[in-house]
Design a protein around this ligand. Structure first.
Ligand code: ADP
Ligand code: MG
Length: 371
């Protein structure tokens, strides 16, 4: 059963200039019991507002919020039994890490022995045992954020809401906290985790909900969203590098369709994509192909033909396991995956091969995926 439900929720704010801003529009999203849902999207797309609507810190302008089967519109935040963890885990500066973690339990009147036992267990899980007697000022950013998570865990709320809890930490700490969160998953109840970092979203989410301008674009398992983006926005937002997008037209070629790009790129589309384009012969489309489906042609034949094109190497990004080649062909820029060792040099000309198997087509006007 879905544990948290947003049913057609809209939130309109009146800005300082008196204009109305729809921070969240007609959002319907159901988070399953013990599911870890990640909401991802660029800054200003409505992530924090969505969390605050669930938490009861904002009331919807329209629509309904349902927690554990119970409509909660109008119910005060403190009666919703949710734990929220903010970007800057606000700890009480005059309390030690131990006292900060124990605070919720103490306020609820839990017996001292039980509180101590619970704090010790949480500190163990979060690797905080040695730091329990320190005050926040003597902790690093990552350690403070762990204490904030510990404080939320101690409360044993029925759902956890994370608002970009790692975004101000450096990359190394972020990776470490991500690992800890993975380990904690078994103990976590239902969770909604908000981030603008698509890699973090992919790594953490059971499912990922992508938002843009207050509107939900797609919600699905991370790899599904990665492989089958619902529109060009999702294709360009998720993945590093984002999906390459080529403009062109379709042309029938026997049983399948050919894609002809403005830049002389010609790609034979797989049967499923061709079927989805059956009523669009000769029409303009946008073709999306991931960098890992574009590689150097190794058979030595030069020049363009179906599924291959020559391109100039503009920049080379060696990442260790793979090299990203930033290419330009006929004025169109795209990224291909080159070999980890001895990649081509910037400024050289290469021939690349397209593997159309994972290709995706989009309507050039609406941006919506076809098929
Ligand atoms: P995110 O967390 O994705 O960055 P927010 O939910 O904070 O986005 O904000 C979404 C939009 O709503 C933004 O345009 C923001 O300026 C606006 N907004 C958020 N809160 C308020 C508010 N209290 N008053 C007016 N506008 C707001
Ligand atoms: Mg925010």
């Amino acid at each position: 059963m879905a544990h948290l439900v947003l049913d057609n929720v809209t939130k309109v704010f009146r800005g300082q200039d008196g204009r109305e801003v729809s921070a969240v529009r007609d959002l319907s999203l159901a988070v399953g019991d013990r599911e870890f849902m990640v909401i991802v999207g660029p800054s200003g797309c409505g992530k924090t507002t969505t969390l605050r609507l669930i938490a009861g810190l904002e009331e919807p302008t329209r629509g309904q919020v349902v927690i554990a089967g119970r409509p909660v519109n109008g119910l005060a935040a403190r009666h919703r039994d949710l734990a929220m963890i903010f970007q800057h885990g606000a700890l009480y500066p005059h309390l030690t890490a131990r006292e900060n973690i124990a605070l919720g339990l103490r306020l609820r009147g839990a017996p001292a022995a039980e509180t101590a036992r619970r704090v010790a267990a949480i500190a163990e899980t979060l690797d905080l045992t040695a730091l329990l007697d320190r005050h926040p000022r003597a902790l690093s950013g990552g350690e403070r954020q762990r204490v904030a998570i510990g404080r939320a865990l101690a409360r044993q709320a029925q759902a956890f809401l994370f608002d970009e809890p790692f975004s101000h930490l450096d990359a190394q700490f972020r990776a470490q906290l991500r690992q800890e969160l993975h380990r904690l998953r078994a103990q976590l109840p239902t969770a909604v985790f908000v981030t603008h970092d698509q890699a973090e979203a992919m790594a953490l989410g059971d499912r990922v909900a992508v938002m843009r301008d207050g509107v939900l674009q797609q919600v699905d398992e991370p790899l599904r969203v990665y492989r089958e983006p619902a529109n060009v926005f999702v294709a360009g937002f998720l993945g590093s590098p984002p999906m390459n997008l080529f403009r062109g037209i379709t042309k029938p070629a026997g049983l399948v369709m050919l894609f002809q790009g403005a830049q002389g790129i010609e790609i034979r589309l797989p049967a499923d994509v061709s079927r989805a384009l059956a009523d669009r012969t000769g029409a303009a489309v946008i073709l999306g192909i991931r960098a890992e489906a574009i590689g150097l042609a190794t058979d030595g034949c030069a020049g363009a033909s179906t599924n291959r094109v020559s391109a100039r190497v503009e920049a080379v990004e060696p990442l260790g396991a793979v090299t990203h080649l930033h290419l330009v062909s006929g004025g169109t820029r795209f990224v291909a995956c080159g070999p980890a060792s001895s990649p081509p040099a910037a400024g050289s000309t290469v021939v690349v091969r397209f593997d159309p198997a994972g290709a995706r087509c989009f309507d050039p006007v609406t941006g919506v995926a076809l098929g």
